[in-house]
Design a protein around this ligand. Structure first.
Ligand code: IPM
Ligand code: MG
Length: 372
């Protein structure tokens, strides 16, 4: 039966992937020159990317002058080009991206299942192709003393075979969810290491292992193994449903510090956390691997704003926040701190919500530029 062949093929591919994960290459260090690639993406992407690049050009003026840092625009990661080539990330675009050390990526549009041309999400493809296994998303609520850090596993779970489900008949369809021990171990290690390096006392593992016994059961047990190497850190397991509730519990939520979780739970809960922080437009996201890293907004290309003709009201804060996290990643801590302070101030003073009653992308960008 065709479905059986398909399933056997998936198992074979995943077994090969596990072997590759076990023999991973050593992490690279940054060289004398750091190349930051950037792609504007779709929808509100170009307007918020333009704002972010202007901020980086000002903040990094000396480094750009001395060529310690190079900003390189990469064309072609647009829905039009991707549909024309029928590829989630066209080969020439991927090759260009791989010439850079890090990538700043504007939001890209993904056609949803059922639409005529069904290409995979560019995000998912890039995360897989560049092996960006740690999706690291900070959320800060100063008034409550909250400094959450989410470590979302970024290359497996519900996403790894998201485009490879099986349609047995009109009435019966399957999707697959994959958890591997080495894939879990590396995200767990990233979370615990972050906790140790940053004086955090608690790591919360989020699963639904009471129901998804194999996959989430494995995720939890591997996290527990890694936790043994970090005896000073308290580790606990929360189920995803109660976790979504606890994030709204103002009496308890400040006690959480670091979260580690499979891909789809991480996707969902980081939107919730971003909303608590002030909206998805305020949250940045890092996708980190051992060789490459990609920085982006938590949100998508906002087709609603485009349809309503409100692109200029898009909030660039999420992508500017992503740029701040990128600066930290490449070792420019002082510049990152400076940007974080000004961005925080800007968001206090200038409300950009996508509504005409509030400010525009340009207003908050000019404020940041004037204060850098
Ligand atoms: C995110 C986004 C992506 C995801 C989409 C755009 C594929 O929601 O980065 O959280 O689901 O991971
Ligand atoms: Mg998401």
């Amino acid at each position: 039966m065709e479905a059986e062949q398909h399933f056997l093929q998936l198992v074979k591919e995943q077994l090969e992937r596990v072997e590759r994960l076990k023999n991973k290459p050593a992490a690279v260090n940054f060289k004398d020159q750091i190349v930051i690639g950037y792609c504007s993406g779709d929808g509100i992407g170009p307007i918020i990317t333009d704002a972010t690049i202007r901020v980086l050009q000002k903040l990094l003026a000396d480094e750009l002058e001395s060529k310690k840092i190079v900003l390189k625009e990469i064309q072609g990661l647009t829905i039009e080009n991707r549909l024309a080539k029928n590829m989630a990330v066209p080969d020439d675009v991927l090759a260009e991206i791989k010439t850079c050390d890090v990538l700043l990526k504007g939001p890209t549009t993904t056609p949803s299942g059922g639409s005529a041309k069904n290409i995979e999400s560019a995000n998912v493809t890039l995360r897989r192709e560049l092996d960006l296994y740690a999706n690291v998303r900070p959320v800060i609520l100063r008034d409550e003393g909250i400094d959450w850090m989410f470590f979302r596993e970024n290359t497996e779970g519900a996403y790894v075979l998201g485009s490879r489900g099986i349609e047995i008949s009109d009435d019966l369809v399957f999707d697959f969810r994959v958890i591997t021990a080495p894939g879990t171990e590396r995200i767990a290690r990233a979370a615990f290491k972050y906790a140790r390096d940053n004086g955090k006392k608690r790591v919360t593992v989020v699963t639904k292992s009471n129901i998804l016994k194999k996959t989430d059961g494995k995720f939890w047990s591997v996290c527990m193994e890694v936790a043994k190497e970090y005896p000073e850190i308290q580790v606990d397991e929360y189920f995803i449903d109660i976790m979504t509730a606890k994030l709204l519990d103002t009496a308890e939520r400040a006690s959480f510090e670091v979260f580690v979780l499979p891909n789809l739970y991480g996707d969902i809960i980081t939107d919730e956390a971003a909303q608590i922080q002030g909206g998805v437009g305020t949250a940045g996201s890092a996708n980190i691997g051992d060789r490459y890293a990609m920085f982006e907004a938590v949100h998508g290309s906002a087709p609603r704003l485009i349809e309503l003709g409100l692109a200029e009201y898009a909030n660039p804060s999420s992508l500017i926040k992503a740029a701040e996290i990128m600066l930290r990643h490449i070792g420019f801590i002082d510049k990152a701190n400076k940007l974080a302070t000004i961005l925080g101030e800007a968001n206090q003073k200038i409300k950009v919500t996508g509504n005409v009653a509030d400010s525009k992308c340009l207003d908050i960008t000019e404020y940041i530029l004037a204060n850098l």
